[in-house]
Design a binder for this molecule. Sequence first.
Ligand SMILES: *[C@@H]1O[C@H](CO)[C@@H](O)[C@H](O)[C@H]1NC(C)=O
Length: 348
Amino acid sequence: MVLVLSLMNQTHGDSNVSGLGSKGCDLFQGSWVYDDSYPLYDLTNCPFVEKEFDCQGNGRPDKDYLKYRWQPTGCDLPRFDGRDFLMSLRGKRIMFVGDSLSLNQWQSLTCMLHTAVPQAQHIDTRVAGLSSFTFPIYNVSIMFYRNVFLVDIVQENGKRVLKLDSMESSEMWKGVDALIFDTWHWWLHTGRKQPWDLIEEGNVKYKDMNRLVAFEKALRTWAKLIDILVDPAKTKVFFQGVSPDHANASDWGEPNVKNCVGQKQPLHGPKYPGRPHPAEVVQKEVLHSMSNPVYLLDITTLSQLRKDGHPSIYGRGGHNDMDCSHWCLAGVPDTWNQLLSAALFHND
Ligand SMILES: *[C@@H]1O[C@H](CO)[C@@H](O)[C@H](O)[C@H]1NC(C)=O
């Protein structure tokens, strides 16, 4: 069973919480509205943020993109309260597992929490692929485990083999209280950016494969393991919907513009003019086939509307680079975390 739109049909003990749980409200349907009280935090108070997300620090001149709040059509999204979040999570660990879009969301959350309780000690450790951000007085850890395909890459006879039906890395996340997974962007990489030489399914190795098909096979491996390994009474499982790129402006109906550079405003209204994302369709199918409940953070459409939210030339590589994939912080991933918070604490 997939809890997409699960907020719609549930009866809540406290059904007055900001309209959440009121019938017919889908938090992922709505539009962006200008709100002068935004952003939710000042990034200069978040010293540990990665350079690639620090658009203002990298010289981005416009600021309107910081000012947009996600307004669901049928209700309000509760404003993020970092102290409340930490209190509710006392004694618990949550882990993001995935690629740099996961990192983007993890950094957004750690910045929102740190700026909410600046006096609270925090311990930031990074060992191999695992980053942990811990608040000892709350006994809360927010972790990020980098694993871009979710399935394994193994060295065999000097070749790097991407194994579509193997997920040894599940050892890293077993028993964590809440898990938020993502994978997509790396499935498209070819040439120098492709980190594997062969792709394996069963005992058969292939030189290559349709990437959407490979993505689906890996997701099905992941889904099977979640169904076997995760006790839904102990662990809440989330999947971060596909985070969209804005590398091609004809997708959103501006054929005279090249990509996300110079975009200063979101698209108006609730509808993205382009087609549904192909990976999003596959993702929803796989989640629907599972027996364990997985909550889809269905952020694709709301993020598609934010053609203004990317670093463009104000990311890691500066003017030598064009980043229309990641998101500036403060920015769009803050909204993903507000939605995560709503699902964690207002959806029991
Ligand atoms: C912190 O939380 C863990 C569970 O994640 C628990 O085992 C441990 O006893 C807690 N420590 C303190 C000091 O409360």
